[in-house]
Design a protein around this ligand. Sequence first.
Ligand SMILES: C[S@@+](CC[C@H](N)C(=O)[O-])C[C@H]1O[C@@H](n2cnc3c(N)ncnc32)[C@H](O)[C@@H]1O
Length: 332
Amino acid sequence: MCYFKINNRRYTGSKFKLLNWIKSTIEDEAKKNDSFCDLFAGTGCVAEKFTDKKKLIINDLLFSNNIIYKAFFDSKNFNKKKIIEISKKYKALNLKKIPSNYFDKNFGGKFFSLNDAKLIGFLRDKIDNENCNNNEKNILLTSLLYSADKSANTVGHYDAFRKKIKIKDKFMFKLIEPIKHTSKIQIFREDANELVKKIKFDICYIDPPYNSRQYSRFYHVLENLVQWKKPKLFGEALKPEPENMSEYCKTKAPEKFQELITNINSNYIVVSYNNTYKSKSSSSKNKITLDQILSTMKKKGRTKIFKKSHNYFNAGKTNFDNHYEYLFITKI
Ligand SMILES: C[S@@+](CC[C@H](N)C(=O)[O-])C[C@H]1O[C@@H](n2cnc3c(N)ncnc32)[C@H](O)[C@@H]1O
């Protein structure tokens, strides 16, 4: 049987391809540190790379990311046989007997084929009504998110769907595989600036958004599917009313960053950064400059910069020449 791994999704700004470099650079600087916090965790792939630590703290503002972390990192109590049986039942569903629902009425023929959207909405309701514990429901819901994302008619996010093509039926329900590890896990869905006032860790890894593209807007379809409040949707991209907007995507970002760094209680702070701020598209321009990061971190402690040339994945038209990925490491 084939399962989804945590990195099997498309996510803007995912550090998946840089994991070995990030891991070895951090380990060289801060080897004997037991707890690792991934404060803006996105896909969670950086946190996964640090499951050799005794304690992992994983945080992100999005509901869809939060459920993914719970399913992959914190599924201690689930019956694998039962989950497999349920997934077989889902695969054998007869489309003709499935009633039209919120999901296909809104997204059918747009972000998904009509049949795929109908199935996704139907399964979402079904998962709520399964006789399962929380761990099992988290696994089923995360499996639905990954399966839906794989069949979406997008370029990797939900700001727009591809027009002028006939959308094929692609959806196939496939299970995720929870990560085997021995770390103690804490998962949060909080504003990073508030969270760091409350907890302490040895290494704090920071990878915030650096431009005006709000993740809650980019991934609104997944947010909608997880929360399942069936809100009224607006515009061509069928987004709900704005929620969960990040201050890091606004002009106040440099102040927020400064406040964050000031309040962190750890031995090391590691910040990921890339130089897309020179890009020609205004939505891709960085809100915080490299100099602002450097001066903020130098105030906190001894700071080193590491740099790597990297071909950035970009779904849009923006052209990133001479793209560099940076890691700032501050010893407090
Ligand atoms: C660049 S992505 C992180 C990518 C991640 N390192 C990975 O490899 O997948 C930035 C993340 O920060 C989250 N975010 C934005 N503002 C936040 C805030 N104030 N507090 C916590 N998370 C936030 C977004 O939802 C997004 O997932």
